[in-house]
Ligand binder design. Structure first.
Ligand code: IMP
Length: 193
């Protein structure tokens, strides 16, 4: 496949392969379906990184689910999360009295998620939980509740399966660490959401 040849040239090492991802996403979907039985989920994903995960996860949800999306950006220095986020695109619909499940690609320092939880909590959802595919717990600066966790990973910058570096690699179907010398002119600006 052309896409994989292109990506392979930039792989330092694969952290989570396609089959391992698929198995774990299925397990998460089944666990969430059990916990939410009899209820309807409003899945809230932060653009853009969580989109691939949400698409796969949602196909293993056996309870009714609707989607909504937010786009946010951090204030301050572009490569360090400041924890103060600005909403670029807000949710389309009210979450009042809804069972909200935040679907995240990765929780790193936790500062973004902490802020997001604070914002959404004020809107009085019936419940508010977090599902993240990846957890870099070693980097945590703000304690955040994680109810569903795909994988705990070491402190390495990873891409693929929704995660990007300078906008690239989101479509690669596995999670990998990029080679230091991979040529992408914009990499120095850091990843995007
Ligand atoms: P936090 O506020 O430090 O938890 O930042 C979380 C956000 O940083 C994620 O939603 C990603 O956009 C980005 N991020 C953190 N670590 C990585 C990584 O290893 N690869 C790609 N993006 C990352």
């Amino acid at each position: 496949m052309a896409m994989q040849r292109w990506a392979l040239a930039d792989v330092s090492h694969v952290l989570i392969d396609q089959q391992t991802l698929a198995d774990r996403v299925r397990e998460l979907g089944e666990a969430i379906s059990r916990d939410y039985e009899g209820r309807e989920i409003r899945a809230v994903a932060v653009l853009k990184g969580a989109v691939i995960f949400l698409a796969d996860l949602s196909r293993y949800l056996s309870v009714p689910v609707s989607f909504d999306f937010m786009a946010i950006t951090s204030y301050g220095h572009s490569t360090e999360t400041s924890g103060v986020v600005r909403i670029i695109k807000d949710l389309d619909e009210s979450i009042e009295d809804r069972h909200v499940l935040i679907v995240e690609d990765i929780v790193d320092t936790g500062l973004t998620l902490k802020y997001l939880l604070e914002i959404l909590e004020t809107r009085q959802p019936a419940s508010l939980r977090v599902c993240t595919l990846l957890d870099k717990a070693g980097r945590r600066r703000a304690p955040v509740p994680i109810h569903y966790r795909g994988f705990s990973i070491p402190n390495e910058f990873v891409v693929g399966y929704g995660l990007d570096r300078a906008g690239l690699y989101r479509n690669v179907p596995y999670i990998f660490v990029v080679r230091e010398d991979a040529a992408d002119g914009e990499a120095a600006r850091g990843g995007g959401r």
